[in-house]
Design a protein around this ligand. Sequence first.
Ligand SMILES: [Zn+2]
Length: 414
Amino acid sequence: MARFSFVCSECGARYGEREARYVCQACARSQTPGGVTRGVLTVELADLPTEWPRTGFDAPEALAAWLPLPSANALPALAVGGTPLLPVPRLRATLGMPHLWVKDDSRNPSGSTKDRASLLVVAKAIEYQCDTVACASTGNAASALSCVAAAAGLRAVVFVPAKAPPAKLLQTASYGARLVLVNGSYDDAFELSVAACNRFGWYNRNTAYNPFTIEGKKTLALEIAAQLALDAPDAVVVPVGDGVIVSGVAKGFADLVRAGLLPRMPRLIAAQPEGSAAIALALREHRATIISVDGAHSVADSLVVSAPRNAILALREVRASGGGGVIVSDDAILAAVGNLARTTGVFAEPAAATALAGLEAAVAEGLIGREERVVLAITGSGLKDATAAGRTSRLPPAIPPELEAVEALLSPEP
Ligand SMILES: [Zn+2]
């Protein structure tokens, strides 16, 4: 039995496993509706393993030893994580960066990093004997929860803004989840999901609310270090919305440092689109607080939040790592979707390609050197929002089934 406690990221209060469920009750008293979450809890395992797992972190037994779980049997039977760290030679040549890797998390079962959080949350729901798990989502967390819940035989109820990309909604519905389309923002969906969980007794998976989401996402960092021959990179570029994935990456590396298996943390670079850049702006302006973005918008729909819920923890961890924030335009993000696909074979959704756009900005600003060992976290598949790619990639006209027509169509190509 892996013993653990919860630690409040804001006031430092400690809670036993049975003493807290979502956030620190002391800090939550100053919570404002729709605002940054107060009192986000993190998980602290009493005994971390002191050796690297020989089988790699994607083996259930190895993974369970690093997670707050009673045993490997508690994990739903689904191949989450264990995604490749690609050396990307053509992208390296294009950017003049010989030590660049892509962590292709689009290969998770539902196509995004959110599966890592859902795997742990669903395992805890089973342990807590809850048969229904709910969450609010801009799309990916909804499909991830629905996917893992389907494999485990739990009911999923997901609250999603009605304007989320249709592919994400149809994917979620296909897994058999109860889909609640909300005429409103992600923040509206978040508040509604919390109220529904309180009313109906469901378990809530919301990010920056359920502490196991950060803990589940830490496996991304554990795998990166194991795949880099048991070492940390110099920097990891992470697309940032509400700041939970970047906190998960920080938690994974921090646990490896605490276990004595890594000498240091990598610098974390938080990449955000200019229409939804509250965390990156606070980093760049050396502010302790977040200014909410009214009318947040971007082609990178997964990153659009007015008040990033996990901002307090994300800001602290990015700063402590010696990293920083970069802000990129929607045009740069869409260009990065194409550049990544053409040079690596990885088709990323705009939110995920924000990592590549962010890398180029970070190099231009001197936050990252071209000789450094850098990893891009590609957090979601392009198939989730293929219409976004259509804004830069054009389809050719149809031709009759004749060889001459093929020659005419391709003739200008050298
Ligand atoms: Zn607290």
